[in-house]
Design a protein. Structure first.
Length: 155
């Protein structure tokens, strides 16, 4: 059976020469291999095809029966690496913390161990019945985030 370290060793040079980064490799017991890549500019179909070709060349010598898919993680996948957060600075995120809280806000900064988002809260003024919008900065350690997905708005 092929493991993810072997796949990483095959593609490492290709990833760095193309300014791509590896998000994840998933291999199931039926030898279905999913390789998820990304870059700061996004990933093209040609880049996925090239990487797929390189992997297939190496695997054909070691494995007869497998299925391979190389793609970007897609909008439905949670952000995993700090570089993915950096790529999405200024965008809105839907965050679920390890303790189950859900927070939505704009990603404003990424540090070595976490992120900062700005959330908007509507509060009722005590003096009258009007509501006011208040922004609040929140810090999250990567270790405290269960999932963080980019909110995509279609106009």
């Amino acid at each position: 059976m092929i493991n993810d370290n072997y796949i990483k060793s095959i593609i490492n040079d290709e990833l760095s020469s193309r300014n791509l980064f590896l998000i994840d490799i998933k291999i199931n017991s039926a030898n279905k291999i999913n390789v998820f890549i990304d870059s700061m500019k996004g990933v093209t179909i040609d880049e996925c095809a090239k990487l797929s070709y390189i992997i297939k060349e190496k695997l054909n010598n070691r494995l007869d029966d497998y299925a391979l898919e190389v793609s970007s993680p897609g909008l439905d996948k949670s952000l995993v690496l700090p570089v993915q957060y950096e790529k999405n600075l200024g965008r809105d995120l839907d965050i679920i913390t390890k303790d189950g809280n859900r927070i939505t806000g704009k990603l404003t900064s990424v540090t070595g161990n976490g992120i900062e988002i700005i959330t908007e809260v509507t509060k009722k003024k005590k003096s009258n019945k009007r509501r006011e919008h208040v922004t609040k900065k929140q810090l999250f350690d990567f270790a405290d985030i269960r999932s963080a997905k980019v909110i995509v708005l279609f106009n």
